[in-house]
Design a protein around this ligand. Structure first.
Ligand code: FAD
Length: 118
């Protein structure tokens, strides 16, 4: 790994971006208003075009367009699931292990049940 005052490589950028995306999801309301849903859809669409790793962005856009993979934005529960599935798609592509999506909220919102994040 590079010293942390160097420009990010694909891994550093990816880790930081997933932190942002899952945290954004964790702060999304349990039930989103029509405006919030529209804004989230717009954000994800633009994000998938502008993400500054072009091969990553291209694959992510293609995945989002596939039947059944459209962003689910009605509320935090389903958006969190969706984001976890999106991240798992990249994990699979890179040969990383999949994350148990039942637990996304413990990882990114509430902290683990054993209290180690309190
Ligand atoms: P990361 O995958 O960055 O994960 C960070 C932490 O998130 C993990 O430690 C874990 O606690 C948690 N986590 C893991 N999986 C999930 C999940 N499914 N749901 C919730 N939390 C989870 N890299 C490439 O080399 N090629 C690509 O094409 C590519 N595409 C990308 C597309 C996007 C949209 C993004 C944001 C990143 C992409 N990356 C890509 C980067 C890649 O996903 C990783 O971020 C990078 O390889 C560093 O991996 P990591 O092992 O540190 O953990």
């Amino acid at each position: 790994t590079l010293p942390d005052d160097c420009p990010p490589d694909v891994e550093v950028l990816g880790r930081s971006t997933w932190t942002f995306l899952h945290t954004l999801t964790a702060s999304y309301p349990p039930t989103a208003s029509p405006t919030q849903q529209t804004e989230m859809r717009q954000f994800l669409s633009l994000f998938s075009k502008l993400y500054p790793c072009w091969v990553c962005a291209e694959d992510f856009q293609q995945w989002m367009k596939r039947e059944g993979n459209e962003p689910r934005v009605r509320g935090r529960g389903e958006l969190g699931r969706w984001m976890c599935e999106a991240h798992n798609e990249v994990n699979r592509k890179l040969g990383k292990s999949e994350f148990d999506c039942e637990r996304w909220e413990e990882r990114w919102r509430t902290g683990w049940a054993d209290g180690r994040c309190d």
